[in-house]
Structure formats: C-alpha cells, structure tokens
Write a protein that binds this ligand. Sequence first.
Ligand code: 5GP
Ligand code: MG
Length: 181
Amino acid sequence: MSLKPHHLDNVLFTPEKIQSRIDGLVDEISGGEKSDNLVMIGILRGSFMFLADLVRDLNAHDVHPRIDFITLESYYGGTESVGKVEIRKDIEVDVTGADVLLIDDILDTGRTLQFAVQHLTDKGARSIKTCTLLDKPARRIVDIEADHVGFAIDDVFVVGYGLDYDSYYRELPFIAEVTFI
Ligand code: 5GP
Ligand code: MG
C-alpha cells in the first residue's frame, strides 16, 4: 500500500540511457590528466548510486581513487532549498594535497556544490573538480558550473537513481518526474 500523495509521471532517463551517459562521463574523467592522489567524494545521500556506477566504470579504465562521502543538508524533506547548507557528517579521508573529484546527484541552485568546494579547499585539497549527473541551469542562484555534467534538465522535480522525495524512490533504476497532487 502506498500513502504517497504524488505520481511518477514521465520517465526522463531509462537505466540504459543513464549507463551510456556514465560511459561518456568516465571517458571524460579518465581522459584528463592522471592523478597519483585522486579522492572521489560523494555528497550524500543523493549521489550514492551514481558514484557506485562511476567508480566501477573507472576501475575498468585503471583509475583507482580513494573514496569517501560527505553528508550535506539543505532541503529538510521538502522540495525548496532553504538556502543554508550544513554538514551532517564530514569526510574522514585526508585530502591534503589530493586531487578531489566531487560527485553530486543534481546541480540546482548551486549552493550545495559551492559549499562543498569551499569546504574541500579549506581542508587543503590540491585541486577540485566537480561532476553532477543532472543540472538544472534555470534554477541557478550561485555562480557555479560543474566540470562534468550528465544531463541538463528543465525545472522539474525528479526522483530515482539516488534522488528522493521524502526519502522514497532512491532505489529506482531510472529517473522520473514527480507530479504532486
Ligand atoms: P542546490 O544546493 O544546488 O540547490 O541543491 C542541490 C541538492 O538539491 C541536490 O543534491 C538534491 O539533493 C536537491 N535537489 C535539487 N533538485 C532536485 C530534484 O529535482 N529532485 C530531488 N530529488 N532533489 C533535488
Ligand atoms: Mg543531494
């Protein structure tokens, strides 16, 4: 039984489409300058599935990063950013002198990614690159672009492949639009 007051409408990205774009992103990432100290940091919780698929593909390209996660919060269960980003759980790897690749599910207002870049800079990373699966350029408030973007989308609310609504839908292997009723 479902008590969820919304419908999953339009599937925007099938599992096949996501996988083929990930192949392209991995070519981009592994085609750049090779680092001897690469650390991939996923922003939880939305990036868990994306990061898992990325690192398995990267392994086939002989890229062997250290991996950690940071839990950042700016949404508090709703769909509108309140504008303030907080650390719920910090990374534990030492990124001093490391080349960091930050992974997020979606770039929306840009506040989360901007906060994360500043935080990793403060921790002494040597370089920081960013990679987001989705990008909503129309929603940007902060002046930031990701170095690697999977797909640009319109201003719609999406779930699946790690992205949630109220902690539901993260397990879906596809990405769909939610209609609130
Ligand atoms: P920003 O700080 O860029 O405004 O927000 C980034 C975060 O907002 C993402 O990591 C994600 O958690 C959340 N977010 C933004 N747009 C969507 C969306 O369409 N669906 C879901 N599920 N989360 C979103
Ligand atoms: Mg998120």
